[in-house]
Structure formats: C-alpha cells, structure tokens
Design a protein around this ligand. Structure first.
Ligand SMILES: [Zn+2]
Length: 443
C-alpha cells in the first residue's frame, strides 16, 4: 500500500509539473526523451522502493558522513580516505573496485547496453585542510561542526547511499555507471583527479558531481580560475645605512594598491583577490624578497583573460615604478602560474540539466531550481564539451573551507534521491526507459 501511495503521489507531482511550466530560471521544458524516461521510471515499483530505501538510510548515511570526515584527506594526501572508500565500494558489491594511479577510487557498474552511454557519478575525497588539522566531529545545539563535514563528506556519503539503493533493488541500467571518489578537487589539487580520469577514459559521455548541499542549486557553469604566485626580488639592505635601495615589499605594496582598484563585471561574475602575502626578514631591513598569491575567477573565459592581462600589467608596472623611485634597476618580479581551471557552460536544453531539474522538481515539489556557476570537478568535463552538472548532496551547512564548517541533516536524503532519479533517467532503466544521455560520437 505504501508503495502504491508513494508512486501515485509521484505521478501526481509529475503531471502537475507537466501542466505548469517551471520557474523563470528553469531550462527549456524537458525534451521528449527526458520526459518519457521520467514517466516510465516514476511508476516503476522498484524505483519507488529505491527512493524509500534512501530515505530509510538517512541516519546510516549521516553516520557514514561523520565517519568519513574523521579520516583526514589533505591535498595530495587523500590515500587513507581513499582506502576506506575503496573498502566501502567493495562491501557494496564492487569486487573489482580499485584506486587508479592518480589516487581516484573507481567502481564500474555495468549496464545492459554494451558499455555506452557511460555516466560518471562522483564526489571528491580531498579537503582543503592541511595535515594535523583536528577533524573530530563535534555537536553543538543540533549542529554538527567539523572541517569538511559538508565539503565533500556529504557528497561521498550520498554517493554510497545511492549505490546501496541501486544495488539493493537490483536496478539495472542500460548505460554503464562509473562511481568515482576523486582526488585533487580543491585548490592546489588543480582537478588532478578528474584530469587523470578523462585522460584514462575517453568514452565518458556524461559527468555528475555531488558537491555542495542544497539540491535546488544546480551548477551548470564552470567558473574558470587562474592563480598566480608573484615573487618580488631586490638587493635588500640595512634600513638606515643602505636607504635608497628599492624594496621588494614596497613594490608589492604598489602592485596590491593597483590591483585593489581593478573593476570587473558582476555578470559574468568576475573576481580577484590577493589571498596571501609574506616577505621581509626584519623590521630594520629593506626587504629583499616578498611574495603574494593572487586568485582570479570568472564564469567567462574572455573576461578572465581580460582581467588577467590587466592585473599582470599592474604588477609589472609596480616594479617599474619602484625602480624609478630609487633610480635603480635592481628590483624584479617572477610571475608563476600556480593554478588554472577552465571555464565552461552546459546548455540549458541539455538532457543532463533537464534530468536534474526534473528530479529536483519531483522531489521538492518546487519548480524553483537555481542554476549557478562554481568551481568544481565538473569544470573539466564542461571544458571538454562533455555534459556535466554538479548537484547537492543534501542537508544544510556553511562556513566552507573554514575550521568552523557546520552541517545540519535537514532533508538530507533528497541528495541521494535526486542523484538516483538523475542517474536512472540519464543511463536508462533496463526494460523501462532508454538512456536520455547521448553517446558522444567518435569516442
Ligand atoms: Zn567541494
């Protein structure tokens, strides 16, 4: 009975969604492939049961999320967490799951369609927190506090809950689904995990990343970023005896003043910041060296490159001015690119966006999906022209990338439920629906 009620309810929602076009930010109405797949999938009793199982798995998934959080995964040192994740993949039935040479944990779930389309569903293993960070999970007034508790422990836990319901209900897909715990998503990892993944698997047709929390926010734009380290070098000397020499710190100050006054568009959102500074050796010395790191981001490659050109000009000009001030030529700057993430966008009428948007609408009974730009593992797929989307793992949280990161498991099961529907529509449910995801030609 429960099953019947649930599926009747879903059909009613679906029809309501059909009768009324979704909100202003919604993509074009789902194409016939996506719509037909939803109609067939939502009335399937196994799917209904799988959705119920995910809800029932909520507490266990939350406990899993906390457990994952307490296994440290600093950039380039994700191995401990990767080994745990591999063990979980194996326990869920993937005897052939493995860790690739880059450190990604991979489990392939074969479909009935001979390997295509191939859809990746992933979450990232790494955190931004350095070795030695206290990753103990603490609870205060119903809020869970721990570095990385949401980003991306929630995505990893949601991924495992999704697999549990797929396997537990023997839901056979047409296309292959590859589950991946990636390394190197954050900061200086520079997407090294997904770079290796797409290099090693040329036949990936679509990419879903579970990163972030709320499911009504869907990332379909890759915010590109360029990051630099600038090292200012001068002769250095005593502040009194050798007064008159150019200073590395003064030159850097000039550069920062110029950068601070840069103007960038809000649409496409384009940003910059000098993130860290260091330098000098003593209060009574003209600094011989000063360093800063600079982060620039944009939803548009064109704007990013424009900003970059102006910013680098300012840095070089600051050196010229510091040398001129002291009639010297002894000061120089070394400019090092330390991070580069491509920008990209997925078209609103792409089946991957339609499927996600439709799934969110069905689950939350709200047509309001916000499409946003962000910097995630999906960047790489988007820059390669491979359909990709980043969806939330479920729940609420904040203070990302800080030691005070917090999380509350409010309707957390929406995360894996959303992933389940999206996966089934895109990969196709054997004997029930065709894959909405197209096989990329020539790959
Ligand atoms: Zn993340």
């Amino acid at each position: 009975m429960k099953t019947l009620t649930r599926s009747t309810f879903l059909v009613a929602l679906l029809l309501a969604g059909l009768a009324k076009p979704a909100g202003a930010q919604a993509p074009a109405a789902a194409g016939p492939g996506v719509e037909a797949a939803f109609l067939a999938i939502l009335v399937n009793p196994k799917v209904t049961k799988a959705l119920e199982d995910i809800k029932a798995d909520d507490d266990r998934a939350f406990a899993e999320q906390k457990r994952i959080t307490e296994i440290p995964a600093p950039p380039y040192k994700e191995q401990l967490r990767a080994e745990y994740f591999l063990k979980r993949f194996q326990e869920l039935g993937f005897k052939d799951a493995s860790i690739d040479p880059e450190g990604n944990v991979i489990a392939l779930r074969k479909g009935s369609g001979g390997g295509r389309p191939k859809l990746v569903v992933s979450a990232h293993l790494d955190t931004v927190f350095p070795e030695g960070t206290d990753v103990t999970v603490k609870e205060k007034d119903g809020v869970i506090l721990a570095p990385g508790i949401g980003d991306d422990s929630r995505g990893l836990a949601a991924l495992l809950s999704l697999i549990k319901s797929l396997n537990g209900n023997s839901l056979a897909t047409v296309g292959d689904v590859m589950f991946v715990g990636t390394v190197g998503e954050e900061e200086l990892g520079n997407l090294r995990g997904v770079k290796a993944l797409f290099r090693d698997h040329a036949d990936i047709d679509g990419f879903v990343s579970i990163d972030g929390l709320g499911i009504t926010r869907v990332v379909n734009q890759a915010t590109g970023s360029h990051r630099y380290e600038m090292i200012f070098k001068g002769p250095g000397g005593h502040s009194f005896q050798e007064f008159g020499l150019p200073s590395a710190i003064h030159a850097m100050g000039r550069a920062i003043a110029k950068i601070s006054d840069l103007q960038t568009p809000s649409d496409p959102k384009t940003t910059f910041t000098v993130g860290t500074v260091s330098g000098g050796t003593s209060v009574n010395a003209i600094a011989a060296e000063a360093r800063m790191t600079v982060d620039m981001r944009s939803d548009s490659t064109e704007e990013l490159l424009k900003l970059e050109a102006r910013l680098l000009d300012h840095v070089k000009q600051a050196v010229v001015e510091e040398n001129a001030r002291w009639k010297s030529d002894k000061l120089s700057v070394e400019i090092k690119l330390i991070g580069e993430r491509p920008a990209g966008i997925v078209a609103m009428d792409s089946p991957i966006l339609q499927a996600t948007q439709r799934a969110v609408t069905v689950l939350t009974r709200t047509p309001r999906v916000t499409f946003a730009g962000s910097s995630t593992d999906s960047n790489l797929a988007m820059s390669l022209g491979i359909p990709a989307v980043t969806i939330g793992g479920g729940g609420e949280g904040g203070n990302w990338h800080s030691r005070n990161e917090w999380y509350r498991p409010v309707d957390a099961y929406f995360g894996p439920q959303n992933a389940l529907l999206t996966v089934l529509v895109l990969a196709g449910l054997d004997g029930v629906s065709k894959p909405a995801l197209a096989v990329r030609q020539g790959k």
